[in-house]
Design a protein around this ligand. Structure first.
Ligand code: ATP
Length: 326
């Protein structure tokens, strides 16, 4: 009920009487009063005036459970959502939840991770109070070989969520990084549990550098945050809700053909490697090639010096710009 009260107070932007809240949620005055007090404890400034009711002060979002619930506008993605102040890793938590029966669309969000992870055992720096870390749990009914494409679906959703919330046009560094001004503002890590030709679950983890921060020396040259780029504070719960909304839309397009054919144009338009020379870091040997764009399977098509076109699969290789990270 607290999230619904919050949504109503925000929407009305004027006093809402205690009576109206009681009738709307079919609870007693004491129950309304308790809910309001709990919201105040969580950091919301709610003014209570006799004979007028309750008024929510317009101010920064409180990044937490009720803010997230009250902003979610989706049918299934991000429902339910659970917020943690601190967690080891949102992907690990989502996997545990999946094992114990959590459903398709469950979302785990945290303000801080103590063991944030990247691809191939790398780590994701996850300080408190400034960033966004979340994992979306999916229980799809398609074959396991399709699942790696979900990283690209999420990348598109993140780019759209960032654009809608902050106005920043980001790019996607194939396959899983969101970049702005040539630096990384977001990483995506997809993991899954499969049995032969059956997917138990897929978890898609996302870490976004939202607010201003000092980056650790080893990533200072390649990382950026959204606040530094747009000069404004980032409403983190709104950002998560907008990404869920975009994900739902792109996921439906993906399901139509079980590939990225319906998303190719959108992806290639924001892919920062496409139409450029890249360094392909293949475990069998590094080489330079011209990246043409992705194919419907989400592989990057590159043309090598001898004119051959190769489709490279994200699982094994990384791609870099000729002179740097992008
Ligand atoms: P690839 O191209 O293979 O994806 P990557 O270096 O982008 O390579 P990821 O697994 O996507 O690798 O992300 C992990 C890496 O991202 C870390 O090794 C580190 O270099 C960098 N990193 C870690 N935390 C952050 C952060 N908060 N912001 C930006 N970059 C980070």
């Amino acid at each position: 009920m607290k999230s619904e009260i919050l949504a109503l107070l925000r929407e009305r932007a004027d006093y809402v009487s205690g009576q109206e809240l009681c009738e709307r949620f079919k609870v007693s005055r004491t129950a309304v009063w308790k809910a309001i007090n709990q919201l105040k404890k969580e950091g919301y400034r709610i003014e209570a005036v006799q004979n007028k009711g309750y008024l929510l002060a317009k101010e920064e979002e409180v990044f937490g459970q009720h803010e997230l619930e009250s902003r979610m506008q989706t049918a299934w993605a991000g429902k339910p959502v659970t917020f943690y102040d601190t967690i080891d890793s949102t992907n690990l938590r989502a996997k545990l939840e999946a094992e114990s029966g959590a459903g398709h669309g469950t979302l785990i969000v945290a303000d801080m991770q103590t063991s944030g992870r990247g691809r191939r055992g790398r780590s994701w720096n996850s300080p408190a109070g400034t960033n966004v870390y979340f994992t979306l749990l999916l229980k799809p009914e398609f074959a396991p070989d399709k699942a790696s494409m979900l990283t690209l679906v999420m990348a598109l959703a993140v780019a759209e969520g960032i654009r809608v919330t902050t106005g920043i046009d980001t790019g996607i560094k194939w396959p899983n990084d969101i970049v702005a001004d040539g630096r990384k503002v977001c990483g995506i890590l997809t993991e899954m549990s499969v049995e032969q030709d059956y997917i138990h679950y897929v978890v898609i983890g996302v870490g976004i550098n939202a607010g201003k921060q000092e980056f650790a020396p080893e990533i200072a040259a390649t990382a950026a945050d959204l606040e530094e780029i747009c000069g404004n504070k980032i409403p983190r719960a709104t950002l998560v809700a907008e990404i869920m909304k975009a994900f739902e839309k792109y996921y439906a397009l993906f399901l139509q053909n079980l590939d990225l054919s319906g998303l190719l144009e959108a992806y290639n338009a924001v892919c920062v490697n496409c139409g450029k020379e890249v360094r392909v870091l293949d475990p069998k040997g590094e080489y330079v090639a011209f990246a043409k764009g992705i194919d419907p399977a989400g592989e990057l098509l590159v043309e090598t010096a001898d004119g051959n076109i190769q489709a490279i699969y994200a699982g094994e290789v990384s791609v870099r710009g000729i002179y740097g990270y992008v």
